[in-house]
Design a protein around this ligand. Structure first.
Ligand SMILES: [Zn+2]
Ligand SMILES: [Zn+2]
Length: 248
């Protein structure tokens, strides 16, 4: 009798896990579907040409860039997306864009995101082509007096800003963690691993994950990984275009 009850309980738990998992997957499919609407703001169409461009301010050492590129590419590869990342070096227009976003000498991430999201370089009607921008800056955010943040990114604006003020440029390994973390946000997951709204019973309880605010490790847990994967399945459903290398 006892073992029968135990079996029944285990089956019930397994069913519950599957249900929460399906719910989690569905919520991310819906996010991707919703955010990739054709009628959405122009900045959202950044992924149409499957391109992410990395720019740096002149004082950022070029040796930093490959670490940023690898961090972003690692997530793209793991999810199986067909998006390319390019090192575009230093560019006058990006320097100007960063200058335009400064407040008391520090970057206002909202202003910079807005400028990047709406630039002519992304607009085919103005001779541009859709892409996301990753900008490596040599100063912090104006709204971050304790210098806690290393980055700011969003799918809707197709932007990543990484703040490398002071001696931050020397932490190359950690910069790769940060780049991958910000790529999570760029590719559709705005949450962090431990955000109250990002909890589900469908997955094993993992303590460490790249999407924690501190980006302590490189690996992304299955729960956060599925968020991105199902987001892009939703994008495919909405746009009729697959941004996967091979169909998941
Ligand atoms: Zn996670
Ligand atoms: Zn974050």
């Amino acid at each position: 009798m006892g073992s029968n009850n135990k079996l029944r309980r285990l089956l019930r738990e397994e069913l519950e896990r599957k249900k929460s998992r399906r719910k989690w997957e569905d919520s991310w499919r819906k996010q991707g579907f919703m955010f990739s609407s054709q009628s959405a703001e122009p900045s959202i169409k950044w992924f149409y040409d499957r391109e992410i461009r990395i720019y740096r301010m002149p004082s950022i050492n070029p040796i930093v860039v490959p670490y940023v590129k690898e961090g972003i590419e690692e997530l793209i590869r793991e999810v199986g997306l067909d998006i390319s990342v390019f090192d575009c070096g230093i560019h006058d227009s990006v320097i100007r864009q960063v200058e335009m976003s400064l407040e008391n000498g520090l970057v206002n991430p909202k202003t910079l995101a807005n400028i990047l999201g709406n630039e002519d370089y992304r607009d085919p009607e103005k001779g541009g082509s859709p892409h996301a921008d990753v900008v490596l800056v040599d100063r912090g955010f104006f709204n971050d007096p304790t210098e806690y943040y290393w980055g700011n990114s969003n799918f809707r604006t197709g932007h990543v800003i990484i703040t490398l003020q002071g001696n931050r440029q020397q932490y190359l390994g950690y910069i790769k963690n940060i780049a991958k973390h910000e790529a999570n946000h760029l590719l559709g997951n705005p949450w962090h691993h431990d955000d109250p709204l990002a909890q589900t019973k469908g997955y094993a309880n993992v303590k460490l994950c790249n999407t924690l605010k501190s980006a302590p490790i490189l690996s992304v847990c299955e729960k956060c990984f599925d968020a991105i994967k199902y987001f892009w399945i939703g994008v495919r459903e909405r746009t009729g275009v697959s941004y996967f290398r091979t169909s998941p």
